[in-house]
Design a binder for this molecule. Structure first.
Ligand code: ZN
Length: 250
């Protein structure tokens, strides 16, 4: 059965001399894998539509097993991302995280919209660190994780000076700080942004400017939380981290 879908290419794997297996996150069906025959040949009509990060419409022959891509129409190839080494690294992490957090054929139009907006904002020049952190915070629920960000995770107080406790799974107030000697000390700006990123609607993102110190704290807390609870070990994240170190040397 030939069907049309709207989607974003989140992974491609070479298959044989000329074919590719393309993983697409679609609005209609969630994640699907399709064979793109001949896509590795530069003159193939499937070669540009099957590039990583491409957002478009795909005509797919679906059956019980792996479907096959018949044709496609590019809406955007995210050129600003693909032409920039740093942005490519960020976007690669976003799509790998998406791939690892989702199962095939489980539609989630909300998640599709989030993925599209994240890559689109990145392509338009919004701060990739901020976008990455928002996406990470929003993926937590998809991973079955619910950090406590609206109150102290120990006593439930909503006022006070907050730190972040990996062990308690969220904010910890100054009264309870003794419960976790390994808490992260964070500034009020970081508290506010962790909350905002978790709860905000991404389509309402304005031009947020975040100080370097706040960025460093956000990264430290979110990475530590992922390391402890997500069970994920993504090679694109390792690459991003090493690139980050390298960039600070420049
Ligand atoms: Zn407390």
């Amino acid at each position: 059965m030939l069907q049309k879908c709207e989607g974003i290419v989140i992974r491609t794997t070479d298959y044989g001399e000329t074919n590719k297996i393309v993983t697409i996150y679609t609005r209609e069906w969630g994640k699907i894998g399709v064979m793109a025959r001949g896509a590795k040949k530069p003159n193939s009509r499937l070669s540009s539509i099957s590039q990583l990060f491409t957002y478009g419409y795909f005509l797919v022959q679906r059956g019980t097993g792996l479907g096959s891509m018949q044709q496609g129409e590019i809406i955007t190839s995210m050129r600003s991302i693909t032409e920039d080494l740093f942005l490519t690294a960020y976007a690669s992490y976003i799509v790998e995280l998406t791939d690892k957090c989702t199962e095939e054929k489980k539609p989630n139009p909300f998640h599709f919209e989030l993925l599209y907006q994240t890559l689109n904002y990145m392509n338009e020049g919004f701060d990739p660190d901020v976008l990455m952190n928002i996406y990470e915070m929003k993926m937590l629920n998809v991973l079955g994780l619910y950090p406590t960000l609206n109150q102290c995770s120990v006593c439930g107080n909503t006022d006070g000076h907050f730190s972040f406790s990996i062990r308690e799974g969220g904010f910890i107030c100054h009264r309870c700080i003794g419960k976790d000697p390994y808490h992260f000390k964070i500034t009020p700006a970081t508290v506010k942004l962790l909350r905002l990123f978790y709860y905000m609607d991404l389509s309402r993102l304005g031009n947020i400017s975040v100080k370097d110190q706040t960025k460093a704290e956000l990264k430290q807390v979110i990475s530590a939380y992922y390391d402890e609870y997500s069970g994920l070990h993504l090679k694109t994240k390792k690459f991003l981290d090493s690139m980050d170190k390298f960039r600070h040397m420049l």
